[in-house]
Design a protein around this ligand. Structure first.
Ligand code: BEZ
Length: 252
């Protein structure tokens, strides 16, 4: 089986992807970090939101499986480690685990949720937002169509796992969490520019299906397919994001 892997460049992410972190600020408010709390930021990337959590006075460790992004976060002076969430062995160490726009890159989520549960102290909270069922569906379908036309099975290159609210609830409760809130939220999102750089930044694993000299043609075809639905009358690209946002507790 082909194992497509998304690769990240801190420079490209800061130029074209930083809006994803900035839109996660309401999730930091739900986390409501307190001075002295030990908090794990799971899938911290460059550490944009890690810094916001640290501003509360909490002691924050950021983890991500991208060595490139972790290097970027280290340059910002953050306490971070390059760890795959599937390999995490933290045991009752954190008052809270936070995650924004990262969990949909990880699978199987049932195993990730088990690792988060173990990492939390009894009474600890897990507050997260991720892509939910239907997230960027039109972009995903345009990528699927473009690869299928080239004789490639796109499912082999799809890195994303999007849960609905009821399947996420079942998965979290099975691990032992008590669900305080869980919501699926449609959030059409203005992109900072053209959809081409978005595809280059976030759809790298689909690009791996074809030789590099054909990437531009694929991006042009996907852009043309999406223009009628995602390019609005104010000359902005608006992506069809759907968020799954939840707060769950490990019983004391
Ligand atoms: C998201 O945050 O939902 C997302 C961002 C980039 C690619 C896929 C999903």
């Amino acid at each position: 089986m082909i194992k497509a892997k998304q690769t990240w460049s801190p420079e490209t992410y800061l130029r074209h992807g930083v809006f994803v972190s900035l839109l996660g600020e309401p999730v930091v408010q739900i986390l409501n970090p307190k001075e002295g709390e030990k908090i794990l930021d799971l899938g911290c990337g460059e550490g944009i939101l890690t810094e916001k959590i640290i501003a509360s006075g909490a002691d924050v460790l950021g983890v991500d499986n991208s060595a490139e992004l972790i290097e970027g976060a280290q340059h910002r002076g953050l306490k971070v480690a390059c760890i795959d969430a599937l390999e995490m062995t933290f045991d009752e160490e954190f008052d809270a685990v936070f995650s924004n726009a990262a969990l949909h890159w990880m699978s199987p989520l049932s195993k990730i949720f088990e690792n988060v549960y173990r990492a939390l102290k009894p009474g600890g909270r897990f507050v997260a937002e991720m892509g939910g069922a239907g997230n960027i569906q039109s972009i995903r379908m345009a990528l699927y169509n473009a690869l299928s036309r080239r004789g490639v099975d796109p499912t082999l290159y799809d890195p994303w796992s999007y849960l609905g609210d009821s399947s996420a609830r079942t998965m979290l409760e099975r691990v032992g969490f008590q669900v305080r809130s869980i919501n699926l939220i449609r959030r059409p999102t203005d992109l900072p520019g053209d959809i081409g750089p978005w595809l280059e930044t976030f759809a790298g694993s689909f690009m791996q299906a074809i030789p590099e000299d054909l990437h531009e043609g694929l991006i042009d075809e996907v852009r043309d397919a999406l223009q009628p639905t995602l390019f609005d009358p104010h000359n902005k690209w608006v992506a069809d994001y759907v968020r799954l946002r939840f707060k769950v507790i490990k019983p004391a």
